[in-house]
Design a protein around this ligand. Structure first.
Ligand SMILES: Cc1ncc(COP(=O)(O)O)c(C=O)c1O
Length: 407
């Protein structure tokens, strides 16, 4: 039996009450509750507008679509991220180009990003053209992995230098900051997730954040089948005629049931992040004292980590293991033993180039993105959620210690 899940959403009576108000109103599709939730999230992150969607994947698809990404174009994205980052690029018809990451931060390696731009592309007609495929380089989809912002200021500089677009995958990063500015406030469209493994949840759900009112307007139309008028606005008058549909859009609308739940959840957001940060500090201390085989996550100077997940790496040198592949086998046996002892863990996330669709389509080998490959095989997410007590964290670390010592 699992005693320590890897995460747990944090709910109170308030979510039930708020959902009740949506049901009582008789309006459960996208409507006033979603609009209110959008305003609150945007205000929290310091941006002008939020456009709610059914998930972060659909938020990404929407944001990439209004940013002009389409077939015949390339978008550069990190090789170590949840597959939805690349899938959303594929959904537009464009081609993802992978870039390796830093093992310490799990975020895109900005030097490698520059190298890719300079070696894979040539200039032509004011654009960057892929020397092999002829695709035009559209831009970059950086990820703020596990609640730590990537080097977004440097990425924006590179984008300006080469005339590229940036859409941020901030699925894990609601509340995360770089130099006292929240993710989403760096001038790009930024996409967050409300999946239950994230800081706050609406069951499923996502949102695009932006300071650009025209992008927000177009995303609102596109998420409603490409309609110029939303369903609740139609309900307020002259609803007998269907509006104009100038574009072929999607149905990516969050429901007011979810919006209501989100309004209850956002009140808890700062508390959730503060609690998780305290617990992360406890793990950092315990690992330093008792578990030298684990490398804890870092929070570089100037960054504010929200610890959506607390992800460690195995230290192969300390374990006297020679190869990443052997380290991966060791990790998997360790995680199975921990599960048998009631502790749920997870690999951090996956290396996209090792996954079937991408491996087969591009003929990738594990060593093509060595850092992403190592993180895929050696990362371990420890349980972290509001209510996890210090003595429980001690027990978790002591059980890991004892399990490693069994060998
Ligand atoms: C980095 C990243 N991008 C995108 C997603 C997709 O989010 P959603 O499940 O809301 O579609 C996730 C979900 O875990 C993620 O971690």
């Amino acid at each position: 039996m699992i005693r320590y899940p890897v995460t747990k959403p944090f709910f109170s009576e308030e979510e039930l009450q708020m959902i009740g108000t949506a049901l009582d109103s008789g309006w459960v599709a996208q409507g006033p509750k979603v609009a209110e939730f959008e305003k609150q999230i945007a205000a929290h992150e310091g941006v002008a507008e939020g456009v709610a969607t059914t998930s972060c994947t659909t938020a990404l698809h929407l944001a990439l679509s209004v940013s002009g990404l389409k077939a015949g174009m390339d978008a550069i994205a990190p090789a170590f991220t949840f597959v939805a980052t690349e899938n959303s690029i594929v959904m537009t018809g464009a081609t993802p180009v992978l870039c390796d990451i830093h093992q310490e931060t799990f975020n895109i390696d900005v030097e490698k990003l520059r190298q890719i731009i300079e070696t894979k592309y040539r200039s032509g007609n004011g654009k960057l053209i892929n020397v092999e495929s002829g695709n035009i380089l559209w831009g970059i989809v950086p990820v703020h992995e596990f609640g730590l912002c990537c080097e977004i200021a440097k990425i924006n500089e590179i984008a300006d230098e080469y005339g590229l677009k940036v859409v941020e995958d901030a699925a894990c990063a609601l509340g995360a900051m770089y130099k006292d500015k929240h993710q989403g406030a760096f001038g790009n469209l930024s996409c967050i997730s409300f999946h239950p493994r994230k800081s706050i949840t609406t069951g499923e759900g996502g949102m695009v954040l932006t300071d650009d009112p025209s992008a927000a307007k177009r995303m609102r139309e596109l998420r409603t089948h490409g309609s110029t008028v939303s369903a609740d606005a139609r309900d307020k008058g002259k609803g007998f005629l269907l509006p104009e549909f100038p574009e072929a859009g999607f149905n990516y609308r969050m429901t007011d049931i979810q919006g209501a739940m989100g309004i209850a959840q956002i009140k808890k957001l700062d508390h959730i992040i503060e609690e998780k940060r305290k617990e992360a500090a406890v793990y950092n201390r315990l690992i330093a004292e008792r578990l030298p085989e684990f490398i804890p996550p870092v929070e570089p100077e100037g960054f504010y980590h929200t610890y959506q997940s607390y992800v460690c790496m195995l230290d192969l040198k300390k374990l006297q293991i020679d190869t990443v592949e052997a380290g991966g086998e060791y990790r998997n046996i360790l995680l199975q033993k921990l599960e048998d002892k009631g502790i749920a863990t997870r690999q951090g996330t996956h290396a996209v180039h090792l996954l079937g669709y991408y491996r087969d389509r591009f003929g990738f080998k594990p060593e093509d993105y060595p850092q992403a490959y190592a993180c895929d095989r050696l990362s371990i997410t420890l349980p972290l959620y509001v209510g996890l007590k210090e003595e429980e964290q001690e027990e978790i670390i002591d059980i890991i210690r004892a399990t490693i010592d069994e060998d």
